[in-house]
Ligand binder design. Sequence first.
Ligand SMILES: N[C@@H](CCC(=O)N[C@@H](CS)C(=O)NCC(=O)O)C(=O)O
Length: 296
Amino acid sequence: MTDSSYVPPKVWTPNAQTGGRFANINRPVAGATHEKVLPVGRHPLQLYSLGTPNGVKVTVMLEELLALGHRGAEYDAWLVNIGDGDQFGSGFVEVNPNSKIPALMDRSTDPPTRVFESGAILLYLAEKFGALLPTEHQARTACLSWLFWQMGSAPYLGGGFGHFYAYAPVKIEYCIDRFAMEVKRQLDVLDRHLAALRYMAGDEYSISDIAIWPWYGALVAGLVYDAAEFLQTASYAHVNRWTNEIAERPAVKRGRMVNRAFGKPESQLRERHDASDFETRTQDKLEPVGAGDGPT
Ligand SMILES: N[C@@H](CCC(=O)N[C@@H](CS)C(=O)NCC(=O)O)C(=O)O
């Protein structure tokens, strides 16, 4: 147990000295810090994002839709560098008042439609194109249950475990224990579920897989927080089977490269404006992801 001499004061005030990765972008208020107009490309969908697990959900979804032949899913993906505070620019805040990637503008509607929160973006796109969301009642309900499971669970993995295990300037045993316990429980939830099913919602690959894979697939594959050994993720056989199968999908391979601003240069497609942009990019094997900061 970690000994702490900290006694919370009556009224909390921000501590400029917290240190740690991302401390520079954390602040206790919302809203824009500076004027910055967002760029707009030629496609109906404008994505403002970064290749973190939350960002990858949307780029994989768009690449899957394009692979299915939905030309209306053509998109421009613009890089939002959260380390530099791009998420606090006025244009970005107009698309997402919560100042977090990913954020989408659908300019095929009049007026354009803004969508934020990765789960809402996946659902919006699935409904818009009638794809990757089962239509049969039981499977659709299961898909949505698991989609919302991911949105509620991943903050314990990212903002909880990942933050205290990988990013916090001090290693606090109490926090790491608390969140390692929860993340292993979540992995066991997934493992038991995937023991009986090929995909999260049954036989059909869907937006619930697209939401869960970039976080929990990345975790078991050792691509995020470098925690696979610590959490003994190899023991979740069914999650590993599901992870490896999805990793082979061409749209997943492409989606993982979009808005990627870290790792090997050949694995980064910082901006995506055309399918041909991928021609000069490759990931021989899946590269680690940076999870960024925020609740997840
Ligand atoms: N619940 C949100 C979480 C988004 C989120 O936490 N995004 C992080 C990067 S993965 C971010 O933009 N952080 C910037 C910040 O916190 O200032 C979603 O799923 O879209």
